[in-house]
Design a protein around this ligand. Sequence first.
Ligand SMILES: [Zn+2]
Length: 482
Amino acid sequence: MISLKILVPATGGLQRFRQIAFRLTFLILVCFGDVSAKVDVQSRVAISITKPGEIKVEAELLRPINSWSFRNAYAGVLGIAERVEDFRANDAVITKAAPGEFRSDRDANKISYKVRLSQPTPADVSHVSWVVGDRGFLMFADLLPLEVTNLSAEFVMPTGWMIESSIPRDANGQYEVTEPERAVFFVGRSLTKTSSTVAGMSLEIVLSGTWPFKEPDALKPATRMMQQYLALTGFRLPGKSTIMIAPLPVVVGSIKWRAETRGSTVVLLIDPNASFRNWRGQLGVIFTHELLHLWVPNSLKVDGDYDWFFEGFTLYTALRTALELRIINFKEFLDTLARVYDSYLSYADDLSLIEVSERRWTTPGSLVYDKGMLVAFLYDLMIRKESGGKTKLADRYRDLFSRHVTDKADGNEVIIAVLGSTPAVRDFTKSYVENSTKVELERILPAYGLSLDSTGKSSQLRVRPKLNEDQKLVLRSLGLHN
Ligand SMILES: [Zn+2]
């Protein structure tokens, strides 16, 4: 592993733009997709911050169009496009057909608009662009019209500001962006960058703000997780992965952090005053989940609502990883599953995992996480028992990444096929994934030598006192030591 630490000077290579006071400009070459003809139209766009928390966009399109759409809903957050204001197209008359839907009375090759970025909420702060104070995140998914399919971006920063991204910057200071919906740029004063190569994969951690931990406290667990998930999947991430850590710009409830892994970027927002006993351990736990998303679903070329797998199974696999890396012990492993089961029981579950996934953002609560995680646990137990402790859920991730799937294959079909086709597995996936069978741990677990005690305020998952040989094999393979 090569590890180097780079402290980027405040003005970096952007000194030539120092005269521009509090003004952020990007020049962007944009391709607008012509849906009917499937021909990309190259365009040029400039975006600037004219005042704190607001961006102005100016675009010059090489082929005129008369309709533009901005993302209005994402991750259960509605009304994102309401932040787009003052939309103009040449000297045409503009009609706002709906939030984020703009039409002009004639084709236009020049557009401009402003986007208000100063007021993120606890619900949307990790999912949308914001600029608050002297830092922020610019996510092209909500800053550019959806018609944009690829672009070349150049940023001009306010005095003393820097910019970091997992997308490489070329010699001209431009960024070639082929998937704008995945592009994230971290902007602000004094960004500190730590770079490393983990088994041939490029990893960068960018920090803003003052923290009670040091950079190695973030880099070490991130490095271990990258190694772990490379081994899990057998898939080497091709590009640079960047973990961007910034203070939460809004007051949140009891959970003092928010995260989203988009493309090859992990955005992690934490309250610097959170009373974590062990910051490195806390970062490790967050990374077990978020860094797995760099692979699942972000490196999978499948489509559809299979959130039960890429969230629920990710939760379980992250918990297994935390156990294997000794971030937690076996009791904490069981305690977590018991807590999730209590949470699961608070929902009236009459949906299949596929249905839960389809409704993830339109139903309150965390059913897709809870049920998905518990079903992953049951699946893991089942195949460990079938194989005498030799095969486990983790083994399926290699199958998933080595399987040849056609581009845009149905995620649910692919995952169900990967989980296996023995009669017992088919019954299992039919019951929980395709049909609406409820999870009943108290009924299923005794066969595996575990019991659920629901007499107290919260349920307890315990190893039964007398285990037969099969149960010992399964539980030892799961991490029980005795
Ligand atoms: Zn997740």
